[in-house]
Ligand binder design. Sequence first.
Ligand code: HEC
Length: 365
Amino acid sequence: MLLLAGCSAGFDSRLPASQDLSGQSVKSYFQIVSSSNWSRSSETAVSTGDYVKALRVASLKMMGRDPLLAEISQVSTGGRDAYEKVIRSYLEAPEFLDQMRKYFQGVFEMSGNSGGINYDEPTNLALYLIKNNLDFRDILKSTHCYDNNLNEMSCSSFASASEAAQHAAGAITTKAFLQKWSASFNFRRVARTFKVFACKEYPDMDDPGLDVDQISDTVKTFNCTNCQPACYSCHRDLNPRAALFYKFDVNGVFNLNPTAAEVTKTDTGAVSTVADLLKDGVTPVYHGKPLSELKDYAHYLADSRHFRNCMAQRFSGFMLGTSEFSPIPGDLQAVRDQLSWNGFKIKDFFFDLVTHPAFIKRSSQ
Ligand code: HEC
């Protein structure tokens, strides 16, 4: 085998498999030989001592403990191959899922049961996808829900499985997420979705959103451009996205006929409707694409580079201790790109990241 083939050759060879969205022919990280190409190609730069030091970082983050003596001795004698083997064992360990559970409880800012709502529901979906190494875009697309043991259960925000199949959009249509971030005009639900899945705060600089004359000004000057701060700069995107959440009541339930106690409110507590946000007949858009319901927005977002970049910087940030708002370091951008080539498989991503020479170099300093 030509070991100096390098990263770009590895990408080319995997392009067809990664585009098979059925997931059937996408290789798992056990089968991918080329994922170790980047470590092999810069083999001279990484010493066995570096692997031993990186093992400590990997173990602390992924397992929540120091490396075992047996693991250290394996890596100090076996070098890169032994290191890769230990990383694979971490990815299959229950401790890794425990670490991911804590991480996602922090990301979603919720956990536990209260008032009949399981606030771990969004985290459970994330864990189910990670554990089974499934396409992580399903965090915004799944129409299934999981209990704390990751067994499938009925989605608490929908009356039936067929209603969920029609309208569910992964974590953001769980009762927990919707209820926790319920607030006037639904802006908070929009802002949280953007923060968690695009790693950004408003304004959304990349989406032109709606025109000034498409945004309603009946209850607030959401379209004002000459005021401070210019409401339009954020609300051109917030309003169309918020309009999609009106089908979910304040308790987080899909509900097309909410009672007075369940209905979305304005900031003064009056009953709010979509007409408060959009002018008559205006369709919500995402990057110019019309959206008929929340699920459409969730799918577009999940398929965007914003989501890819966000997930890459979340998981690399978890390993490197950097903020969710910091882009992945330049020398690890190949790992970020690899995330979409490999079909958003998070175990593959961790393996690629933790075995990359740039990660090992950083961790051994
Ligand atoms: C920098 C972006 C930005 C700008 C500029 C902005 N908003 Fe907002 N606005 C937001 C976000 C984000 C939220 C949701 C905050 C949250 O998480 O609750 C929000 C929420 C609101 C709410 C609901 C507040 C509540 O009580 O729950 C109103 C009303 C509102 N904005 C009106 C305006 C008006 C009027 C202007 C112009 C004077 C304006 N906004 C300018 C981003 C912006």
